[in-house]
Design a protein around this ligand. Structure first.
Ligand SMILES: [Zn+2]
Length: 283
């Protein structure tokens, strides 16, 4: 994908340089007061840290400004891909007289706090609807290449576009409606709903990829890279992997063939409304 010298997103928060757990520094003066009170009243400070830690963890990561294409190409690439999703979805929403609210993307290492609980690198990239944020530990790109056999920058772009797809589903209320339906369903039927949600995100990623194609930013082999990634992280493939990191979010993502088909459908139709997996006669 041609990405150098293009606009990078303003919505990337870089938490990679923050130290992991430092309750005192993190909590600031409030944390100190709580710890003093705990000491005074004889409460185990560790307990306080466990309780207050997440609450006191005010994200203060750097913004995008210190990312540079040369020193930090993966982060810069991710930022340009996010910017491309912003441009595309802004237009698509405007066509429907809607306003697109851009998601945040957090780069982290190891583990980080989210409104959906603690994000861990082993979970793979994920989207948290509660804070409308995509979380990614960039080491996932390495896993994608080495363990999942899906190399190439457009494989990485596809993964981000898929997570942005979940953001679209949240903005449009599709995710919330599905979760409500799932309450009244058997586990198997509820899983099937989750598969439809995932395949729709794949399809939306395909629609976005067709926009990149129209801009002539695709390079030869890019679409194959994305399709390889869609295939590599299908349920059936992942379950065959006996070791290494897995992506738990994807156990209800559909088979490799289904993921491939829906990505391609989005790519060839250029139309988000073609991504209606919930009413499709066949997945
Ligand atoms: Zn997903």
């Amino acid at each position: 994908m041609r990405w150098r010298n293009r606009r990078a997103s303003q919505n990337v928060e870089d938490r990679r340089t923050r130290s992991q757990r430092k309750p005192l520094a993190k909590g600031g003066i409030v944390g100190v007061l709580i710890l003093l009170a705990a000491w005074y009243f004889g409460i185990d400070p560790n307990l306080i840290n466990q309780v207050a830690g997440p609450l006191l963890d005010v994200p203060s990561g750097n913004t995008h400004s210190d990312l540079s294409p040369d020193s930090d190409p993966l982060a810069q690439f991710t930022s340009v891909v996010l910017a491309d999703t912003e441009t595309f979805w802004q237009r698509a929403f405007a066509e429907q007289q809607q306003e697109y609210q851009e998601p945040t993307l957090v780069l982290y290492r190891g583990a980080t706090q989210t409104h959906c609980g603690t994000g861990q690198a082993a979970m793979g990239p994920f989207y948290c609807p509660a804070d409308q944020t995509i979380y990614i530990d960039l080491s996932f790109y390495e896993d994608l290449r080495q363990q999942l056999g899906a190399p190439g920058d457009f494989a990485q772009a596809y993964v981000i576009a898929h997570e942005v797809g979940h953001h679209i589903q949240t903005l449009t209320g599709i995710s919330q409606a599905m979760h409500q339906r799932q309450q009244r369903m058997s586990e198997a039927a509820a899983n099937q709903e989750s598969v439809k949600l995932e395949l729709q995100a794949d399809c939306l990623a395909g629609v976005w990829a067709s926009y990149i194609d129209q801009q002539q930013w695709l390079e030869s082999g890019d679409i194959e890279e994305a399709m390889q990634a869609a295939e590599a992280i299908g349920d059936d493939r992942l379950q065959m992997q006996s070791q290494g990191r897995i992506v738990p979010d994807s156990f209800t993502h559909g088979t490799s063939a289904q993921r491939l088909r829906w990505f391609q459908l989005g790519f060839t139709t250029h139309d988000p409304s073609a991504c209606d997996t919930f009413n499709a006669s066949e997945l």
